[in-house]
Design a protein around this ligand. Structure first.
Ligand code: BGC
Length: 820
């Protein structure tokens, strides 16, 4: 079919027709595909479209977010969510589901962590693979994202993740490798950022060598919204479709590049074939009615399986029938059940904690708000809450992070709960000796107040039925079986990347290397509040009889308590004795969710696979297995592994450890010197610590002038007073929206957006030529800039009209000349 397309038609197929649609070629029966977010529910917009969750979308089931489902450690459950998402996509007329998101949680501060699975690539990869299998079983495409090394929201479209190849492969790419190899997604979304100096959507190494070459990906690579840079470079490097819509501006550039011999038609044809294959592979449009009640029940089951019980002193939970509870905290009345941004789902229904508790066997003796959402102190609310406790048997306190604390586009600044919430806890503790906290947050918080509570249940962001699931756990209707998919640090400063995160300048250096999450705490001996993999239940499990051979580990799990429940035995592998390369003390390499009746025992086998013993060898550019002793252990969590065996692995001699990486050898990575990081990278450092001002070097390379890839926020240092004023106005508007407790995502997006994205997101109204002219204005060449803007506008209109006419001309008469 590709032969029948004109050059312009081919080029036009490589960018979107609108915010959510790809282009069609009706004369050849090539249909347009509809894409929609997102990872935990379908956000199909029918009215005004946006990619930030601002305008309304059709009702759809809001499942728990991925950070929540990851805590289930239940791949089958992930697949069920995927199937339901796929079915709802068909129901809503969506062909490509933009998810799941599987960025590695480098820092708990990342504002979008609620949307991602884990700090661990194995757990992230296998859970995401479950989603993809489920989504695609319904004939729609999944589009895992954001590929790759996309770890901060600050300057998210104008940031360069500088990361050494080994860390990149072992940590940031392995999850994608698993999802690509094990679940064969039909599409994949690139990240906004650069990776080692090259934009992710035009990265030949990532897209051609690794993704397509090594992993065999044969789907379509979709840019993040406005995240593409140079349309021609993308075609050459394996980036298939630019979204949302640069109008025909990119198509013109691609056609011109072919005519000028800067792009081969073979490269163009390869990308076009990927678009056509995607259109053929997603099932034809069909009617399907979704049983929203059944999906609500599924959402509840998923949330039940994902609850993490972190503390249960004296067995205060579960609460028996008739227990008189005082319910405190705003989150009980106004649930926080999903995050904010492009993943925002309009739920089919929503249960509050108060409603769920009132419907349970507990007796609710009163409710008080306790604190103001947004954090300000309100002594009246505090007093009322303390009075509400009265003679209740238990104070159930609903705390959490509010909508302003974590969101797409906005990283967290600290890990604390709002002071007003902590004060409420302290006041309540004084008047009752049974305090149970239910936490709603898409990520971890510091818990210096832990001593004030008897039980702590972290429900994460549980989706539309999340409050029902937490009530089920509180009453014992469900035995909690969630395990942390991330480390709960004692303090933010205990995370290895803390000194480097977030980078405020363009360069985001991943100096901590492999030491993320438990890889850092376990290796450097850093204490945690709760370790990776931790979670309590109402019963206990014992492990025994570990047998390890070259194929895998087999052991028995026994439910030694009085009630039925599910457990997650976890398999960790680490080097025993010296190694030729620096390594984390241990890494997760397998797990299994096991349901057992009281006294029941099961034999569990976790097979080893290609990921178990390998490490990436930078010198040879390939994976190797070091021969010799490895410790294989099975545990309740990373810091409690009662079963340990040593396996002599048949592998290679990888030589002696490098002497130029002492910080990495010692896992002391919070202050890595420039020279050592350069040695790890294998090249000299381009810039300093990545904490610069954000003003860049313009397109022309003139210091102090801004270029197309500098974010709008860099206008604070612009030459033009007008541009500086624009930056100040933007900053003031953002500050005002923060003060109002409702951060404006549109403003965040603009503030962090590079100039080039204006041309990528305005459907051709503002062309690349006009962006350059705008930069002239910003850089103090006012008259030249304004002249350029006017001329660019006129030329852009003329070119767009001509190209559009050419695209709609009857078959056989279409030409493909260079058009200006
Ligand atoms: C987000 C993506 C999302 C896209 C479309 C972007 O801002 O980064 O995750 O899929 O918008 O809404």
């Amino acid at each position: 079919m590709s032969d029948e397309l004109t050059l312009l038609e081919k080029a036009a197929l490589l960018s979107g027709a609108s915010v959510w649609e790809t282009r069609a070629v009706p004369r050849l029966g090539i249909r347009s595909l509809t894409m929609s977010d997102g990872p935990h529910g379908i956000r199909k917009q029918t009215g005004s479209s946006d990619h930030l969750g601002i305008n309304a979308s059709r009702p759809a089931t809001c499942f728990p977010t991925s950070a929540t489902v990851a805590n289930s450690w239940d791949v089958d459950l992930a697949e069920q969510v995927g199937r339901a998402l796929g079915a709802e996509a068909v129901w809503l007329g969506v062909d490509v589901v933009l998810g799941p998101g599987l960025n590695i949680k480098r820092s708990p501060l990342c504002g979008r962590n609620f949307e991602y699975f884990s700090e661990d690539p194995y757990l992230s990869g296998v859970m995401a693979a479950g989603y993809v299998r489920g989504i695609q079983s319904q004939g729609v495409a999944a589009c895992p994202k954001h590929f790759a090394a996309n770890s901060q929201e600050l300057r998210r479209m104008a940031s360069d993740s500088v990361v050494d190849e080994r860390t990149l492969r072992e940590l940031y790419l392995t999850a994608f490798e698993i999802v690509v190899r094990e679940a064969r997604p039909l599409a994949l979304m690139t990240a906004y950022n650069k990776v080692n100096g090259v934009y992710a959507h035009e990265h030949p190494h990532l897209l051609l060598d690794v993704l397509r070459g090594e992993w065999g990906f044969d789907g379509a690579v979709v840019s993040d919204w406005g995240g593409s840079n140079d349309a021609v470079d993308a075609v050459r490097a394996g980036g298939t479709v630019e979204m949302p819509s640069p109008g025909l501006d990119s198509a013109r550039q691609v056609v011109d590049a072919v005519h000028a011999g800067r792009l081969t038609e073979a490269d163009l044809d390869a990308r076009v074939a990927e678009v056509l294959a995607l259109a053929e592979r997603v099932g034809p449009a069909r009617e399907l009615v979704v049983d929203v009640d059944a999906h609500h029940e599924l959402a509840r089951r998923v949330a039940q399986g994902s609850q993490v019980l972190l503390k249960n002193e004296g067995g205060v939970l579960p609460l028996g029938p008739g227990t008189r509870v005082a319910v405190l905290g705003d989150f009980a009345q106004t649930p926080r059940y999903q995050g904010a941004g492009s993943s925002l789902v309009n739920p089919t229904r929503l249960t509050t904690a108060l409603e769920a508790l009132q419907a349970s066997h507990l007796e609710v003796v009163g409710y008080a708000q306790g604190f103001a959402r947004g954090g300000g102190r309100e002594p009246g609310l505090l007093r009322e809450a303390v009075e509400t406790v009265g003679d209740a048997d238990v104070a159930l306190v609903y705390l959490g992070l509010d909508e302003t604390a974590e969101s797409e586009g906005n990283d967290r600044e600290h890990l604390r709960l709002a002071d007003a919430q902590v004060e409420l806890l302290a006041a309540v503790r004084k008047v009752t000796d049974r305090v149970v906290v239910v936490l709603s947050a898409g990520s971890v918080v510091e818990v210096p107040w832990l001593g004030d509570v008897d039980a702590l249940l972290h429900g994460y962001l549980g989706g539309q039925a999340g409050a029902e699931a937490t009530a089920d756990v509180l009453t014992g209707a469900v035995n909690p079986s969630g395990r942390l998919a991330e480390t709960y640090p004692v303090r933010l400063e205990d995370t290895a990347c803390h000194p480097y995160y977030p980078a405020t300048g363009e360069v985001a250096e991943y100096r901590e290397g492999l030491y993320v999450g438990y890889r850092h705490t376990e290796t450097a001996g850093v204490a945690t509040a709760f370790p990776f993999g931790f979670g309590l239940g109402y019963t206990t499990f014992e492990y025994a009889d570990l047998v390890v051979d070259e194929h895998g580990a087999t052991f028995t799990v026994r439910n030694t308590g009085a009630v039925a429940g599910a457990d997650v035995p976890q398999l960790y592998v680490g080097r025993r004795g010296p190694s030729g390369v620096h390594r984390a003390a241990r890494e997760l390499k397998g797990f299994r969710k096991v349901h057992l009746e009281p006294g029941q025992e099961a034999s569990v086998t976790i097979p080893f696979d290609r990921y178990t013993f390998r490490h990436f060898d930078v010198a040879t550019g390939g994976w190797r297995v070091e021969g010799g002793p490895f410790e294989v252990s099975v545990g309740h969590h990373v810091a409690d592994r009662p079963l340990v065996a040593v396996l002599d692995v048949d592998g290679e001699d990888v030589g002696e450890p490098r002497t130029d990486l002492p910080s990495y050898e010692a896992a002391a990575v919070t202050d890595v010197p420039d020279g050592e990081f350069a040695a790890l990278l294998g090249r000299t450092l381009a810039t300093g610590t990545g904490t610069g001002t954000g003003t860049g070097t313009g397109a022309a390379g003139v210091a102090g002038s801004l270029g197309a890839n500098d974010p709008l926020r860099a206008m604070h240092g612009a030459r033009s007073p007008l541009a500086r004023l624009a930056a100040r106005v933007l900053a003031a508007l953002i500050a005002r929206s923060r003060r109002r407790g409702k951060p404006d995502l549109n403003l965040f997006f603009l503030y962090n957006m590079p100039f080039r994205a204006i041309a990528k997101m305005t459907n051709g109204a503002f062309t690349t030529e006009m962006v350059d002219a705008l930069l002239d204005v910003v850089n103090g060449r006012f008259f030249r800039g304004v002249g350029g803007l006017v001329a660019g506008y006129v030329r852009g209109r003329r070119s767009a009209r001509r190209l559009a006419a050419e695209l709609t001309r009857p078959a056989g008469t279409a030409g493909a000349g260079a058009v200006r």
